[in-house]
Design a protein around this ligand. Sequence first.
Ligand SMILES: [Zn+2]
Length: 146
Amino acid sequence: MTCFLKCLRPLGWLWAAPLTLLGLFCAIPGLGGAKWLARQNGCLVFVDSGRGLVGLFFRKWRLDSTARVAAITLGNVVILARASFAQSSRLMAHEAAHARQTMILGPFFPVVYFGHWLILFCVRHPTPYRAICLERLARRASGEIS
Ligand SMILES: [Zn+2]
């Protein structure tokens, strides 16, 4: 990374802070239900405890029929569905890409992400989750697609 980008990183953290705080909220015992796991790829990594709001998200939420939710990224916080998923360098690179996207888009990340999903859903795209531009970029960054 160039010196210029390293110098901009604190601004990215600040710009992503609202979503990072939401992610940290999910780590409050009894509320979100996530537990601390590690710091990895510049992200604070938590794992779902199976209780609370995060566990409900992992059990109930589906963006389309092909989407398995293995992790969610809120700012610089990554919450994994299972602790063993931290061993997947591809998944962690994917989630780190979402964290970098949030450092660029800031609080507009969910607007762009879900806005694009909504458009794809409304035009009856067969796999809207997989076609979201931010998902495609994250899969490319993790080496899942070229
Ligand atoms: Zn993703």
